[in-house]
Write a protein that binds this ligand. Sequence first.
Ligand code: EPZ
Length: 419
Amino acid sequence: MDQFIVEGGVPLRGVVPISGAKNATLPIMAASLLANSPVTLRNVPALMDIDSMMRMLHHVGADVVRDKDSLVIDPTRFNVAEAPYDLVRKMRASFYVLGPMVAKLKKAKVSLPGGCVIGRRPVDLHIKGLEALGAKVKVEGGYVIVDKPKLKPAIFSLEGPSGSSVGATCNTLMAAVFIEGRAVIHGAAKEPEVMALVDFLNEMGAKIEVQDSTITIEGVKELHGTEHTIIPDRIEAGTYMVAAAITRGDLTIKGCHLPHMEVVVSKLREIGLEVEPVVGGARCRFANSRQSAINIRTLPYPGFPTDLQAQFSSLLALTKGESTITETIYPERFMHVAELSRMGAEISLYRATATICGVDKLQGAPVMATDLRASAALVLAALAAEGKTEILRVYHIDRGYERLEKKLEAVGARIRRVG
Ligand code: EPZ
C-alpha cells in the first residue's frame, strides 16, 4: 500500500490548478443513464471514485470511454436494474444509480451502502423521496427494491434531522424527471454540486426550477445526450487554500470558483489569510500579523462544509488561541484528531465539538489516513510540521484528490509517494 513521506517546513509558492469536482461528477455520471443518446462530460477528474462509478455504469449496461479529462457515456443499452453489494460497498455514491433505474427501467435492486468511517450515513431520506413520488420501496436482504412503481406528481419535504441531504435530493430529482406532471421538493439541498446536476438535467431537456430550498420538476417524456463541463472542486480548492495558510505560503488557486466558497474564504480571512480574487482564480497569502483563532460550525450549503472540517482542524492546531469546530453533519467525523495529536496538536473532543488550542509547532510522526478528508488534513499538518511525516494508507487520498503529491511538489513541497 502506498505511503506519502513529507518533509515539512517549506512555505508553498506558485500556482495550483483545480480539477473538476468529484461530488458533482458522480451524480452527473449516474444521471447520464437517463439520456437516450450519448453524453460527453469534460473536466472530469482522474480519481479512484470516478473509476468506481465507471465500473458501476458498465455493470448496468452503459458504455463508458475515457479520453484524458473527457468521458463519453452511451446509456442506450442501460438495462440492468441491479447494483450489487460488491460495487456499492466500495463507494457510497454508487447508490446514485437508484434514481435513474426507477425513472427509466421502472425497476431497481440496489444494495444498501453499509458502514462508513465518518459515521452513520443512513439512506432513509432517499427512500422517503421515492415513496413520496408514489413508489413502493422494500428493504430486503440488504437491498433497496422497487418494482413497477406508479410514479405520480407530489409535493413533499426531504428535510432530515441534520437538514437537507445532497444524496437524497439528487436521487429523488433523477427519479422524478419522467413523471407526468409536477413534483415539488421542499427542504432540498442547495450545494453547488446539486445545482450542477440540475443544470445538467436541464441541458438534457429536463424542466427543473430551483427557488431557495424548493426544487420543482415538470416531467418530460425523454432526455437527450449533451456536452457538459464539470464545475471546479470547491473542496480541493479549499484544501489548497489551507495549504497556503498552514505553510505561511503564497499560492494562486487557479480555476476555483469563489462564489461557491464564500464562508470558507471568510473563515480563512478571519484566521489571517489574504484571499485576493485574480483573473481565473484566487491568490492566497499568509499575513502573519493578523492571525486569530475562530469558531466553526459545519452546516449544509451555504454554511461551512463538513468536507473541509478536518483540513481546518490542522490549520487551527497551528493558529494562536483557542478555536472550536462543531460538526453538525457527521458528529463522529473526528478520526483525524487522534492522529493530529500524535503530531503534537492540542485538541480535546466533547461530543461533536473539538476545542483546539493552537501550538507553535507540530512534529513529524508516522500517521494513518482513515478517510479522504482526514488524510488531506494529515498531509496539510505534515507540510507544516518539523521533520518527517509518514502517512500510511494514502489510497484514501487517491479517491478524491487528483495528483495531490504532484500538485504539491510543483509548488515546492517535499513530498513523495513510496510503494
Ligand atoms: C455528500 O454525501 C458528499 N458525497 C459528502 O462528501 C459530503 O460530506 C456530504 O454530502 C455532506 O455535504 C458526495 O457528494 C458523493 P448527505 P451524502 O445526504 O449525499 C443525513 C467527501 O468527503 N442523512 O447530504 O451522503 C446524513 O447522515 C464526502 O467527499 C440522513 O439522515 O450526504 C448527514 O447527517 C464524504 N438520511 C446529512 O443527512 C439520509 O437518507 C447530510 O448527508 C441521507 C442523509
